[in-house]
Design a protein around this ligand. Structure first.
Ligand SMILES: O=C([C@H](O)CO)[C@H](O)[C@H](O)COP(=O)(O)O
Length: 210
């Protein structure tokens, strides 16, 4: 099991500061959608250059033009790029094809997919690398988490790794770990803490034990 830090509410200098603090305790650093909107793919480029040993995920949440957008994120240095599960199969196929050319990986974000199990089965057959269940900020405000969705996709996904994101905190991590995802994604559960390093270290210790 691996740990991904999601950076959403920071600018590039802020992102560098947080990553410097926790780098030894995370496997992947995510440049979140709001950061890409504010700073562009330059944020991916600068973080990859500053922390070359970390894998960098660009959370583009691609919905169309999969091949082109994966190409641009790859040029910026992203190792993993997100595409939405709600997008057309042709978009996901294009993203996977481009990722393969560049030795990159595709994560499909299942946010807002209604038939989570059926769609996960179809997406798994398209050759993606990760399938992620996700309670976004707006869902979290309504009290949703994605544990049941994780259990549902684990029933049908045979090839991709599974991931879970959305509102995970130190006190909810044990139940997440019990559901056995391959990757746990944490944003505010680390960045919102006073001692980010200690929180990331404890989360990594728990994830490593699983
Ligand atoms: O993808 C995310 C969200 O849609 C905002 O871009 C977050 O990175 C993801 O939800 C993880 O962050 P937390 O919910 O704060 O753990």
């Amino acid at each position: 099991m691996e740990l991904q830090l999601a950076l959403d509410l920071v600018d590039i200098p802020g992102a560098k500061q947080v990553v410097a603090e926790v780098a030894e305790h995370i496997d992947i650093v995510e440049i979140g959608t709001p950061v890409v909107i504010n700073e562009g793919l330059r944020a991916v480029k600068e973080i990859k250059e500053a922390f070359p040993s970390l894998r960098v995920l660009a959370d583009l949440k691609i919905m169309d033009a999969g091949g082109y957008e994966v190409m641009k994120a790859s040029e910026a240095g992203a190792d993993i790029i997100t595409v939405l599960g709600a997008s057309d199969d042709s978009t996901i196929r294009g993203a996977v094809e481009e990722a393969r050319k560049n030795n990159k990986k595709i994560m499909v974000d299942m946010i807002n997919v209604k038939d989570i199990e059926g769609r996960a089965k179809e997406i798994d057959a398209l050759g993606v690398d990760y399938i992620c269940v996700h309670s976004g900020y707006d869902h979290q405000a309504g009290g949703k988490n994605s544990l049941e969705e994780l259990t549902a996709i684990k029933r049908v996904v045979k090839h991709a790794k599974t991931a879970i994101a959305g509102g995970i905190k130190l006190n909810t991590l044990p139940e997440v770990i019990k559901a056995k995802p391959d990757l746990v994604i944490v944003g505010g559960g680390i960045t919102g803490q006073l001692d980010k390093k200690a929180t990331a270290a404890e989360m990594k210790r728990m994830v490593n034990q699983a």
